[in-house]
Design a protein around this ligand. Structure first.
Ligand code: SF4
Length: 353
């Protein structure tokens, strides 16, 4: 075993953070935690994980659940396709794998929502398979360790690092090795202000030896994130609010929100409000009051959400555009619907009296 691998495992043994899925690493718990941890920090995930496991303690319970219930428990965690995939994967596990999370990397890859990183993490942590899991943390640590002056998002870099690690991952403790590299990236080899003096890899680290830690990985200018103006209409009619459900295939699929949509170039906000409400829900409205704006950044674009209170003038509810269905919902039931963060902020800011 290379000396740096031994040093890394020793470091992990002492510094590993307590996490609920580490206490009793069942394949189910490892799978749920790895899905939640994609693009999301450990501290954010822990309460979501605890609530999810309490409600869906095993694959069968998850497979039988309504998608709405799964999305509701995911509300606020973002990247909702993970929750929809998790639900479909649970049904596939029950239908095709006798309810047991598959123990082979290749089989895991066939399940919805599981890519090379997640498959390797589950296979190594839950089943002791020696498959390196390479996420953003691992890419950063290893590009520095090996002195690779590259853009870690460039084609081939992840494969190169995966191949390098697959020759060095210890057969005796592959799960600990993968978790140790990720933990080191989160706690020590941080994007900014790496704590090299506390790092077990320092004696062999090329970036530290070459005083190039802040230059690796290469920083590449990304395209400017586009900005869009979006409308949301709060329509209260006969004591109920109008909500629309996003199509499965769309971003935020399966979540409920207030009808609306993007403003077209040159369109006034009032005209856009009336048009987007009609297109999304079939209901015609006149905006009566601007409640305010909310700003939100998604991974590939930013929005300014213009929130209007509007009065129904006619039309019949039906899904349209990005929406599959539409309902008039009692105020008390708003809390039970799974909503994107922006719609939940509308409820919390303007509809709670
Ligand atoms: S020595 Fe510094 S740059 Fe090298 S792996 Fe450790 S923290 Fe990262």
């Amino acid at each position: 075993m290379p000396r740096w691998v031994l040093a890394l495992l020793r470091w992990f043994n002492t510094h590993r953070r307590a996490m609920p899925w580490r206490d009793a690493p069942s394949p189910y718990a490892v799978w749920i935690s790895e899905m939640m941890l994609q693009q999301t920090q450990v501290e954010t995930v822990i309460p979501y994980f605890d609530r999810f496991i309490a409600r869906f303690p095993d694959v069968a319970t998850l497979a039988e659940a309504d998608q709405d219930a799964v999305l509701k428990l995911w509300e606020g965690l973002g990247y909702y396709s993970r929750a929809r995939s998790l639900h479909r994967a649970a049904q596939a596990i029950v239908g095709q794998h006798k309810g047991l999370v598959p123990d082979r990397y290749e089989t895991l890859l066939t399940l919805p929502g599981i890519g090379p990183y997640t498959a390797a993490a589950i296979a190594s942590i839950a089943f002791d398979q020696a498959t390196p899991s390479v996420d953003g943390n691992v890419l950063r640590v290893m590009s520095r360790f090996r002195g690779m002056r590259v853009d870690i998002k460039a084609a081939g870099v992840a494969d190169d690092i995966r191949s390098y690690l697959s020759k060095r991952i210890p057969r005796s403790s592959p799960g600990d090795f993968n978790q140790a590299l990720m933990e080191l990236g989160a706690l020590v080899c941080r994007p900014k202000n790496a704590l090299c003096e506390q790092c077990p890899l320092r004696p062999s680290c090329k970036a530290a030896q070459q005083h190039a830690v802040s230059e690796i990985p290469l920083k590449v200018a990304r395209a400017k994130v586009p900005h869009v103006d979006v409308l949301a209409l709060v329509v209260l009619h006969r004591g109920r609010y109008l909500l629309v459900k996003r199509k499965e295939t769309k971003m935020l699929g399966g979540l409920w929100e207030f009808p609306g949509g993007k403003r077209e170039p040159g369109e006034t906000l009032a005209a856009a409000a009336a048009r987007t409400c009609r297109e999304a829900s079939g209901v015609t409205v006149v905006p009566v009051k601007k409640l305010g704006i909310l700003n939100h950044a998604y991974s590939h674009f930013k929005i300014t959400l213009h929130v209007f209170e509007a009065a129904r003038t006619g039309g019949r509810i039906r899904g349209g555009g990005d929406y599959s269905s539409c309902e008039w919902v009692q105020p008390l039931a708003l809390a039970q619907r799974a909503m994107p963060i922006t719609a939940r902020r509308v409820v919390n800011r303007w509809l709670r009296s």
